[in-house]
Design a protein around this ligand. Structure first.
Ligand SMILES: Cc1ncc(COP(=O)(O)O)c(C=O)c1O
Length: 333
């Protein structure tokens, strides 16, 4: 019950780097290139506090997981939003970032597979973003929260697999999603040792790290056979297919996501995200997250989670039907 080591237990750090090698064939040094966190959200935000000075410019996609822009804002930074577009499959278009902005930017946060859009980015995108970051000397912060919640044979890409990725970036991982340990508060960051050192130094002034018993449990989780992962992936895949089909019967053409636990669903024509989410809640008691909660770029969409069993998702769909909610029609009355 004593304080755990600031830098995490040696055995958990070793389990992290072993897991990384097994998954991505990338060798990392457990002493400098891996750091346990009190959940990845904590690390994503504290990284900004460690590196962003008031007035510094940070690039973040819009829509994005809020910690990617709120962390830098809390640190006093300025955000340049990179608007994501459906016509680009919600993938960052690096050509949209003006030279003058890129030259000033200190950090770029990004996240594929993505929360909230469910988008995945091809390996070439990762190569391009590494080249971009090197050219403009920008720190890359990749959030690979959904590293293993992938379907149909898709394997998400790690920034550190890309040659040069580790020179300029770090990647955040969590035990919350694949391993269902969200309430336990444990995740980790891997990558460039100098960048990690800055975060570690800040954290030694803020916390004592993760309770050692949880690090031990997380180590066990990372060592589980792949069969466990396949079961989790299969469960989410079934829910994805079930919900896409059910929404299809209500007029929605929702694209199959290759990863994450979300569907990114367009609002009925002419209805805004907040109005739609509120109307759904009032008429059916079902909660969907308005897309604009992730930034203005999420307007016109809602995020639907696949965290309930198919039976419960079916209940939500039948309430939609009873309430007369479809893609083509929604009375806001
Ligand atoms: C993209 C993304 N990053 C980070 C987190 C936070 O995860 P953790 O529980 O590790 O703090 C989430 C949780 O929803 C997420 O979707």
């Amino acid at each position: 019950h004593g304080y755990p080591p600031f830098e995490g237990t040696a055995s958990f750090r070793k389990a992290i780097t072993n897991w990384y090698f097994r998954r991505y064939n990338v060798k990392l040094d457990p002493d400098g290139e891996a750091l346990p966190l009190l959940g990845s959200k904590e690390g994503l935000t504290h990284l900004a506090l460690a590196y962003v000075n008031p007035g510094d410019l940070v690039l973040a996609p819009n829509p994005a997981y809020p910690a990617h822009f709120r962390g830098p804002l809390i640190a006093g930074g300025k955000i340049h939003s990179i608007l994501l577009k459906p016509e680009n499959d919600w993938i960052i278009d690096l050509g949209d970032i003006p030279d003058s902005v890129a030259e000033q930017a200190k950090i770029l946060y990004f996240n594929y597979p993505s929360n909230p859009t469910g988008a995945t980015a091809p390996r070439e995108f990762f190569q391009d973003i590494v080249a971009f970051a090197k050219k403009y000397e920008i720190m890359l912060v990749h959030d690979l929260c959904y590293a293993e919640l992938a379907f149909d044979g898709y394997q998400p890409t790690s920034l550190l697999e890309i040659p040069g990725g580790k020179d300029i970036g770090v990647e955040f991982h969590t035990m919350s999603k694949t391993y269902n340990m969200a309430g336990w508060r444990i995740g980790f960051v891997v990558g460039n040792s100098r960048i990690i050192q800055g975060l570690r130094t800040l954290k030694t002034n803020l916390d004592y790290g993760v309770f050692a018993a949880l690090q031990s449990a997380a180590q066990t989780a990372l060592q589980l056979p792949d069969e466990f992962l396949h079961q989790v992936q299969e469960r989410y895949r079934q829910r994805r297919d079930f919900l896409i089909q059910g929404l299809g019967q209500l007029g929605w053409d929702v694209r199959k996501t290759l990863a994450t636990m979300y569907l990114w669903v367009p609002c009925p024509l002419g209805v805004g995200s907040t109005d739609f989410a509120l109307s759904v809640l009032q008429k059916t008691g079902v909660v969907v997250t308005p897309g604009n909660a992730f930034g203005s770029g999420g307007e016109g969409y809602v995020r639907v989670s696949l965290i309930a069993e198919c039976e419960r998702l079916g209940e939500a769909l039948s309430r939609f039907q009873q309430a007369g909610i479809s893609y083509h029609f929604l009375s806001l009355k």
